[in-house]
Design a protein around this ligand. Sequence first.
Ligand code: ATP
Ligand code: MG
Length: 331
Amino acid sequence: MKSGQVALTADRPTGRLHLGHYVGSLKNRLELQEQHDCFIMIADTQALSDNFDNPQKVVGSVVGICRDYMAVGIDPAKSTIFIQSMIPELFELTTYFMNLMSVARLERNPTVKSELQQKSFSDSVTAGFLCYPVSQAADITAFKATLIPVGEDQLPLIEIANEIVRRFNRIYGSNVLVESQAILGSTQRLVGTDGKAKAGKSLGNAIFLSDPSEVVKQKVNGMYTDPNHIKVSDPGRVEGNVVFSYLDAFFDNKDELADLKARYMKGGVGDTSIKSILNDTLQKLLDPIRDGMDLMKDEDIKDILLEGSKKARAIATQTLCEVRDAIGLRY
Ligand code: ATP
Ligand code: MG
């Protein structure tokens, strides 16, 4: 029996899913789909906002992302998986919401600011990219979602969505839209394999769920540890050591990990040993996921997406009727 609450989250089809998605959001989605009405959106329109000149990349990533969902255990019978661009009502809602958000407020958003630094249009941001948080507010509210399983980079965006909800309900004297809250993952922001603050699809510093075991091993071996830990007997640093950040996220036996850290800090544990422990841990996690990846044909995945999009559109259409009515757009 489901709770009646709605959980919604999304991924940008800019590549396959990685370990950051797993600990930041996917694990929570698996729990949420058991108790709530779960919607998972593949945000192709949003991905175009910074990939408008490379639509093939976006369109070509949609089925792979859905394949990753299934492989980790997202069940289309429990979670509605759909494609953003197939729900035109979302873009109508975005238009109404644009009036409720100032450009200055959008420019202050720390997530957008840091993303802009990484993107090619840092000098003159497009209107589409600056406004993607408004469109994200439409995605959340169209489904009256209250639970959003995400990594911590999404917190400022959920705040913007809630501001829009409050403003809409106040100005149009309605209670059509509902506020939402983030459900943060066991690791809220997994660092990149290069030690940068966040592993990201577009940053080239992630271990993908679909990486073959040899690639995972190479990426683990290439991780930054402690530059002063040269001989095995040298004392090593754990903070800022990417291998330990990943062990914190993925190694289940916390007592054993605490003991390993203590021994590493004292000196006597080599980087090869900690990398080998991490590699074993990750391969154990990824083996069954990789095995589940080839179980479905592309055609069957596309059918799931079309079916999910039909179901999602019916719900968004209903909310849009209520929104138009609240504004007074009745002709
Ligand atoms: P891109 O680089 O194209 O933005 P991404 O890797 O950041 O891709 P998104 O599709 O933007 O992935 O994010 C999907 C979800 O995964 C969001 O909820 C986001 O917070 C979460 N997420 C992404 N990267 C991480 C990470 N390194 N740690 C924890 N959560 C993450
Ligand atoms: Mg991102």
